[in-house]
Design a protein around this ligand. Structure first.
Ligand SMILES: C[S@@+](CC[C@H](N)C(=O)[O-])C[C@H]1O[C@@H](n2cnc3c(N)ncnc32)[C@H](O)[C@@H]1O
Length: 308
């Protein structure tokens, strides 16, 4: 990935499993018309990840305020640092970048594992409600590990340790200062919230646009789904989410939700068709997701649910 140019719009600064950058072009026609007509001013994204849809929307429409949620604490603290202390962050990160790029591949690996170990051994008892400058160093580690790990997968095991192996890149952009500065500017109109997506139920008002991108429903018992955090998101959680969706519909919010189509693996699997039966369900062609061992047919669909 090349560093951004001055004239490009802000884009996700992390590579994230399930990131929607590849689908943005196809998603756009599903956005509510109130974005174009400028009758929608508030945006909510309860499963933020790398925020591909958030960036697309704030770059193209007049959004006055946004609320972004995720229950991955490292992700959230990194967003908060980009929002509040981007210059210090760039200072720390560009030093690590220089150190890394000056090394031979083997030594780069050692540096990677050194940072990973330090990251895993540092206390993670951060008070998410209270921002502190101590988070800058940790956010730099998150970005460094994300840009140099294998596959760019920010993966944690059941104990919450980051365990991706080192990646092998020739010339990775670790500190994309131009983009980070733009992201920081955009985040000034966002509230970044650590916690469960269901908080959106209390926060959202009628007329807001909410996009849900929950973790994919595990394909089968044998698929080793990469978890984003210590928490899992199985069928029970998908069901709870559909209830939250229904309640927000009653509140008068504009809702869009995407998920991997279970029919990719089993054409008779109507799981989401049943769960979101009162709403509009469309299917769009998606690229194969990282790590997906889905059937060999090559075509993978994503479902898009809307209440408008
Ligand atoms: C499919 S990813 C979102 C990807 C995002 N749309 C993008 O473009 O990168 C799902 C995200 O939901 C988060 N998540 C999982 N369970 C959650 C929960 N109960 N509440 C809030 N966020 C959750 C994960 O940490 C992950 O970042």
């Amino acid at each position: 990935v090349k560093a951004s140019a001055e004239n490009e719009a802000a884009r996700p600064f992390l590579k994230w499993a399930g990131g929607k950058s590849q689908l943005i072009d196809k998603f756009q026609k599903f956005y509510p018309s109130g974005l174009k007509n400028e009758t929608i001013h508030e945006y909510y994204e309860p499963f933020l990840g790398s925020g591909a849809v958030f960036f697309d929307i704030v770059n193209n429409y007049k959004i006055q305020s946004a609320r972004l949620y995720d229950n991955n604490e490292e992700l959230i603290l990194t967003y908060k640092v980009v929002q509040q202390d981007v210059e210090e962050l760039i200072g720390v990160l560009s030093k690590i970048e220089k150190q890394y790029l000056d090394l031979e591949q083997n030594e780069r690996k050692s540096l990677y594992y050194k940072v990973r170990e330090e990251f895993n051994h540092t206390s993670r008892k951060f008070n998410q409600d209270k921002y502190s400058k101590n988070l800058i160093h940790r956010a730099a580690q998150v970005i460094f590990l994300n840009k140099t790990c294998y596959n760019g997968l920010f993966r944690v095991n059941s104990k919450g340790s980051f365990n991706s192996p080192a990646g092998h890149y020739k010339n990775p952009t670790i500190c994309d200062s131009v983009n980070l500065l733009k992201v920081s500017r955009i985040l000034s109109k966002a509230e970044i919230i650590f916690g469960d997506y269901s908080k959106v139920l209390d926060d959202a008002s009628a007329g807001a646009f909410i996009y849900f991108d929950p973790p994919y429903r595990p394909i089968s018992n044998t698929s080793t789904f990469t978890s984003y955090s210590k928490h899992s998101f199985g069928d029970e959680q998908q069901k709870q989410l559909s209830k939250v969706f229904t309640r927000l519909d009653k509140k008068g919010a504009f809702l869009m939700l995407s998920n991997s189509d279970p029919k990719n693996n089993n054409p008779d699997d109507n799981y989401f068709d049943q769960l979101y039966q009162p709403f509009h369900i469309a299917r769009i062609k998606a690229r194969r997701a990282i790590n997906s061992k889905a059937s060999g047919r090559g075509r993978i669909y994503e479902i898009v649910v809307t209440n408008y």
